[in-house]
Write a protein that binds this ligand. Sequence first.
Ligand code: PLP
Length: 426
Amino acid sequence: MANPLIERSRSAMPGGVNSPVRAFRAVGSEPIFARRAHGATLTTTDGETLIDYCMSFGPLILGHAHPDVVEAVAEAAQWGTSYAVTTEAEIEMAELIREAIPSMERVRLVSSGTEACMTAIRVARGATGRNKILKFGGCYHGHADCLLVKAGSGVAGIATASSAGVPQACAKQTLVARYNHPEDVEALVTEHGDDLAAILVEPVAANMGLVLPADGFLQHLREQADRCGALLIFDGVICGFRFCFGEYQRLCGVTPDLTCLGKIIGGGMPIGAVGGRADLMEHLAPLGAVYQGGTLSGNPVSVAAGLATLRRLRADQPYAELEAKTQRLTAGIQELAAARQIDLQLPTLGSLFAIVFTAEPIRSFEAVELTRQDLFHQLFHSLLRRGIYLPPSPFEVCFLSTAHDDGHIDRTLAAWDVALTELTQT
Ligand SMILES: *Cc1c(COP(=O)(O)O)cnc(C)c1O
């Protein structure tokens, strides 16, 4: 019998969801519905408990319902969920972020990653007096109008809207280069540099599977931004606090002017942050002429969840252990695939990995698009039947948390063993 929530959700909400990937269109099936979650597992309304590798798409590096976070949220809620007056906790949050990411000299908290990127762009435009933004195909920065774009077919680099409802006039202010193609950036900077406000990039691209920056790529962006007087913005919404207690800039040695954060810094509650050089951030109201505000910005519950998460990460520094666990899982999967002569790449960094059915290592979005997505669909459903929940799209990455233990990994490998066997039989 079909789950009655399917019909009800669709008659109450567009597509039955509050965010499109949840509808499972990318894997061609009915969605699951969550009842509750704990640690590394998610329990559906059908009563199935799944090992979760989606983990809310990134915020839950400590696992679901970590006791520190639950306690902090309950404690904060007790004293009021929103004051619209500044709290000491917000100051502490900004200080803790700056301690971890020194380039974020001033920090403004917002309520989502989308809002962080939107604000960073407005600051960049306000500070430089320029209009254009350069982004990369396959990088996701939330759903602000000028970022919902794809490479256009007309003038080289000029974007077209990738969503209805985005004015072409707005999309035209965005230039699109290919990730890991420095020659694209150089050409666009040469042509549009005098009106370029910012180069915006996910320093590790984690919304097109997982594509690591090629040697020197981020450094090249820094140089190109400096060459034309544009700002460099790192979208660290996934990368922030994912690979180290800080942002990827600490590992790659390239310092952006502005950094966007979200996901982990809210511990599973709505949050975002934008920060950077004081002189740039001081363009924001009330000091400067760039307006940005939010009724629930820095609300005590999100901040409590975020602080609890960041304090735990700082105390435990779980990064080497997370990486070792992820390596064990991906090495195990590689071995199973190799034994069956299945062409499978598992690009991995820290506790992130992607699943790409192809023989060649992936360096760009264009390459990801050409891979065997039909095989991913089969794999997704085969693993789901065996209690393993992957992100429901081949373009999303898998996330491990500190709650994933050896037992989870063993069960996951056993499920992959069967799933890959099924795959070769079709
Ligand atoms: C998730 C994500 C965003 C958007 O964050 P929301 O909180 O969903 O608005 C922006 N940038 C990157 C890199 C993301 O992964």
